[in-house]
Design a protein around this ligand. Structure first.
Ligand code: PMP
Length: 299
């Protein structure tokens, strides 16, 4: 699904065949989840193939490595160049790019003295599909920020996401919603959450969540269009009383919710401000001009 005989990877400055590549089984990353990664999308836009928010993603990869002491000797410039070359070599336009920084063999718990970088790319449709999501409140909470650098995208953190996702599927839901260590709404296993009430948007503040690049883009769109957005602590009850709710992330893009624990929301997603933001996001990644902002937001 992710690669075939022809697929090319970028590994430490070289383009190599995925099928011929090896990884060391004694890597500290494989044993302890001590790695950092990104999830980036490229789009076939009106102006050619473009990687959306490329600087922001590679900035976050550096921040993630720095947060846990993984050496990061690369520049955004070289990695962005390598990313475009990788897309070209694999004949990809609408694609998902997965940079992964991993560590050399070391079975101790000392911090890494060197690291490796891998870029892989493949075609990937909408990660959470395109139907409204039936979300279940998870019994899992996001990790305590005093135990993990929660703003960093670290391999090991995703065991928490896998458990929440698995539990939701086992209970017949499409996706999970996790709370933070204090019981406030946090985020999904791989996406940030917004809710809409009376034409205004609300989203959890930073501190217990990943600072999503899509989240920042949604806030950017709202600011441009004069839609009020508030970052605050949100209770599950508040969310259940929302007009609409959506998840957002690079892989998921913007995807509305049908229900939380089987309870629907006050207005149909397609009649909401959130729907207009979903359209605006799609226009932005595809570099299309929005002809009439006012009609889109209904202001
Ligand atoms: N939260 C988590 C836990 C994630 O894994 C992701 C996906 N990277 C997001 C939020 C959304 O982040 P972004 O918009 O930068 O993809």
């Amino acid at each position: 699904m992710y690669y075939n005989e022809e697929t090319i990877l970028y590994l430490d400055g070289k383009f190599v065949k995925a099928a011929d590549s090896k990884m060391n089984f004694y890597s500290q990353s494989l044993h302890y989840g001590y790695s950092a990664f990104e999830g980036i999308r490229s789009y076939k836009t009106a102006n050619g193939t473009k990687i959306f928010k490329q600087e922001e993603h590679y900035d976050r990869l550096r921040i993630s490595c720095e947060a846990v002491g993984i050496p990061y000797p690369w520049t955004n410039e070289e990695l962005i160049l390598a990313s475009y070359e990788l897309l070209q070599k694999n004949n990809l336009e609408d694609a998902y790019i997965r940079p992964l920084v991993f560590c050399p063999p070391n079975m101790s718990l000392q911090k890494a003295v060197s690291s490796n970088i891998l870029l892989a790319a493949w075609e990937w449709g909408a990660y959470l599909g395109d139907k409204l999501l039936r979300v279940g409140l998870s019994s899992f909470q996001r990790p305590n920020p005093k135990g993990f650098k929660i703003h960093a995208k670290i391999g090991g953190h995703y065991v928490n996401s896998i458990m929440a996702c698995q539990e939701a599927k086992d209970n017949g839901f499409d996706e999970a919603l996790l709370t933070d260590m204090n019981g406030y709404v946090a985020e999904g296993p791989g996406a940030n959450v917004f809710y809409e009430k009376e034409g205004k948007l609300f989203t959890p503040c930073l501190g217990n969540i990943l600072a999503g690049i899509t989240r920042a883009t949604v806030i950017e769109i709202c600011e441009e269009w004069g839609i009020e957005v508030t970052e605050k602590q949100i209770t599950v009850e508040e969310l259940k009383d929302a007009d609409t709710v959506f998840y957002c992330g690079t892989a998921a893009e913007i995807i509305g919710w049908e229900s939380l624990d089987g309870i629907g929301f006050k207005i149909p997603f397609n009649n909401s401000v959130s729907r207009k933001i979903q359209l605006a996001y799609k226009n932005r990644v595809l570099e299309l001009e929005v002809e009439d902002k006012k009609s889109l937001v209904g202001v």
